[in-house]
Design a protein around this ligand. Sequence first.
Ligand code: MG
Length: 312
Amino acid sequence: MSRALPMTEPLPGQPERVTIYEVGPRDGLQNEKAVVPVEVKAEFVRRLLAAGLQTVELTSFVPQRWVPQLGDAEELLDLLGDDGLGQQRPVLVPNERGLDRALERGVTSIAIFGSATETFAERNLNRSVEESVQMFAPVVKRSLDAGAWVRAYVSMCFGDPWEGPVPIPQVVDVCSRLMDLGCDQLSIGDTIGVGTPGHVNRLMDALDEAGIGAEQTAVHFHDTYGQALANTMTAIGRGVRVVDASTGGLGGCPYAKSATGNLATEDLVWALDGLGIEHGADLDRLVGTSTWMAEQLGRPAPSRVVRALAGS
Ligand code: MG
């Protein structure tokens, strides 16, 4: 018996191609309690690239005491060599010190990580939203001056575990302030997974009215309540062409109750394959990578597609 394939039929108005922005090595691993050996991380990245993923966020140049899991950014880049370089290998930097470390390593693609809410800004960045924008301003300026590409993540764009539903004008205000710094791409994050398609549509409207078009916007949905793919397809229908996903569905949010987190790359690929939208990734190799990674981590991947296809 050959493995199951998605039913294929295009939808009217769909794009020819979508870029998968793979976040597994950074966002996926950062919430793992047991530190994954750097050799395993390098092998993970190489397997993702071999599976055809072109944009892979590698790590974060955070201080080791903040995120012990990602304290090996330099070693990882050393191990990756040429595989870790270029505009399609972004790294997260939390501040100017992180930027210094990244630039010293020849990184040419930078991501910053802001928050739409005051509570999360305080908890995650130890700053108000205003102070965090001030902190990011020189990071973005110096990145652009160095010729780097810059992405601005904004987390808690839908709901916040402490503040509840986040008003759209508040989200748009933070997004606008970060994009006004000169960032190349915005990634709107549903950190606790409470977004639903109608709300995605409304936020896309509001961003568009504020001058942030779908061509500058990526989406980062979490599958905590099973809505990540529905929300992603809504955004694609609105013209979004860059989608964040994590192979196997690795990672989550420490502030969301459930362990399920990022949209699984395999679940996204299955849907894109069904529509005939190009993405460049090989589903079987991704599933193989997730199966291998699950062995390294000692538990199965949350992705439904991986569970359905593994071993088939
Ligand atoms: Mg995430």
